[in-house]
Ligand binder design. Sequence first.
Ligand code: ADP
Length: 492
Amino acid sequence: MKSSLQNKLLYSFIGVVILVLLCVSVGMSFLIRNYFYTSKQKELIAKGHELARVVNEYNSGNINDNQFTEFINSVDSFLDARVWVLDNSSQLLAVSTPRRGTGVGQRTHQGMGRKMFGARHNVISGFEEVFSGKVMTKTFFHPDYEEKMLTAAVPVISGEGKIGGAVILHAPVSGINDFLQIIYYYIAATGTIAIFLTIVLAMWLSKSIVKPVLSMQKAASAMAGGDYLTRVQVTSNDEIGQLGHSLNELAADLHIFIEKQEVLEKMRRDFVANVSHELRTPLTIIRGYNEALADGTIEAADMKEKYHNLIREEIMRLERLIKDLLDLSKLQSGAGNIQMEEIPLNNIVESIGAKIKQKAESKNINLILELTSVPKIQGSGDRITQLVLILADNAVKYTFNGGTVNLKTYCSDDKVVLEITDSGIGIPQEELPFIWERFYKVDKSHAKTTEGTGLGLAIAKEIIDLHKAEVEVDSKFGVGTTFKVKFAVPEK
Ligand code: ADP
């Protein structure tokens, strides 16, 4: 018994059982004693009345001495009660003899019994009232029989209504006590069995409570130590079992939470690494060109200009990168400072079309605008402009010379759709889920040749989410790509 919970259970169980047994035995003995006393008294009184009638018969000479003696003796043995018959001057007329020895009753006026019952007068003196016609009962220590007796005294009333004497019946209390003794033995035996059963039950119960609690405590400690894979063995359906279930759910939730945290942490680390890398590359190039110019390695004026231009390009690249990073962080830090208004999508697409026209023409790309009349959408004009520019610019960027780029607007399923299609290089199906990630570039080897920062689509996704819009990408590697952004129409 190591666990205190187990001890507590056991002791309280045994305590309750002992208390119940005590109450039951005290209550029962009281009730039984009471019941026996009253029923014995009733019986004695009833027999007393019968005897009184027989005494009357005897007094009127209808039955003889022998028959009378025989009768009181048989009442004695039948009731296990000593019978005294008194005449109207409270003198003993007859006393029964228990049928043990000779089995013969005694007639006192024949000279027998008086010696034996030396103290009888005292005893009889307590029953004076019976001679005034009253039935009496008493329980007392009888000095003649030297034991406790239950006594009933009944007056003998003759036919004319005169008191002709009295009958006193004495039943020894020891009989009842013997019976109570048996009951006490019985209670003691059941009590012992009950205590034994209690110990077994308490041990079984505490085992079924304490064991799972201990295993839950172990699991909780393991969780506190960072082990979220521990599970509690749930064997029951009760409250303990439910607690086990909850603990397991908690462990599972914590596991998911921690995994998410780790993923986020990894993303953060990757982002920092990516930013550092993206910043270092142009800086290294700038430093190299700058050193070449400074130490006089490059002398020719046209070469000098070429290097200056290369340096300017790298600086612009850095500027773009920093602008994109700032944009992204602004978008991620919350929508609170972004002004939402009703904006005409077609106007924005037209202006972006004009903006990329030159670039498309330089690549001999056929830029087609197919705008249908669409309702105004709810959003930030600047951000939607930025979104259309990113998507249209990518379409031109990733399309070969002589290809086509289509900018469309239309309504479908209560949504305003912006659709940008190109006949470009396409994106392999397995890469599609990642294109929205920061710094993700499908073609790593050519990543440097295009002027992209790898942040465009990440910014686009933030803007799409900010406007609660949906996006779909359809792409076939080598054939072309379609981006569809669907905006909800504001309710009027
Ligand atoms: P980048 O600045 O490199 O364009 P983006 O975030 O805009 O970065 O795009 C991520 C990557 O998704 C690009 O590097 C490119 O590989 C791919 N991509 C985006 N748009 C297209 C497109 N229209 N056609 C083919 N590939 C595209």
